[in-house]
Ligand binder design. Sequence first.
Ligand code: ATP
Length: 255
Amino acid sequence: MSIIVEDFHKIYDETVAVNGLSFEVPPGEILGLVGPNGAGKTTTMRALAGILEPSSGRLSIAGHDIKRDAVAAKSALAYVPDDPHLFENLTIWEHFQFIGSAYRLKDWSARAEALLVQFELVAKRDSPCSDLSRGMRQKVAICCGYLHEPKVIMLDEPLTGLDPRGIRTMQESIRRRAALGASVMVSSHLLSLVEDLCTSVLLMHRGRKLLQGSMTELQGGLSVDGRTESLEDLFFRLTETPDEPVPAGTSATEI
Ligand code: ATP
């Protein structure tokens, strides 16, 4: 398994942000992490990226424990947060040079050129990042994440801020990386896009897992009054009873 989370807890002072979360993401899977504001999605991603210290639990990336083997875990990972920080005075190309040097990549420039074309950034190659639009900055962060060919890709709200062509490019790039064997985890509030893009879904609420299942299982197995529920219907149905979470590990067909 490329992403393993076992009994993860994160407590900030008084707030239990994540309360005993366990899940796995195998190579080739695109997991959609969904849940209301404050559910614990970003906390989970930040802990997996080694940015936040877990209160307890075991987390690993590509077989490397994020505490004991932090460097190996981070070198296998691309994490793009929802508000990516760029170096304002560096150009796009200089960002790629920085990544190439930080990850000690040898043959990165051809890949970088291809990413510029794919994400329609060629004309801005030598512009400082301070001069880029929000969507362009998002694309630069994604290109930087892809440059070292990570085995695990975690994207927090990757589609917000992108134009329709950017959304399509982003979706295609995620599908291609998963087809090549990467494990991908995407958090998003855009449920129809999650439904379209992801191969499985994990629904969180108040720091717990309410449901995890493959998209086929969700789309085929869930019906209310004879009609199949959309992910949006399911989201509203399960999160309107906040104090009675479905036990972790319940499969989609049991709901
Ligand atoms: P959103 O959809 O709004 O991005 P989320 O699912 O990503 O939400 P988190 O950001 O993980 O949610 O937050 C989970 C809980 O942890 C919330 O109750 C939040 O207020 C709390 N929290 C997050 N960061 C901190 C912090 N640094 N200190 C204290 N509490 C925090």
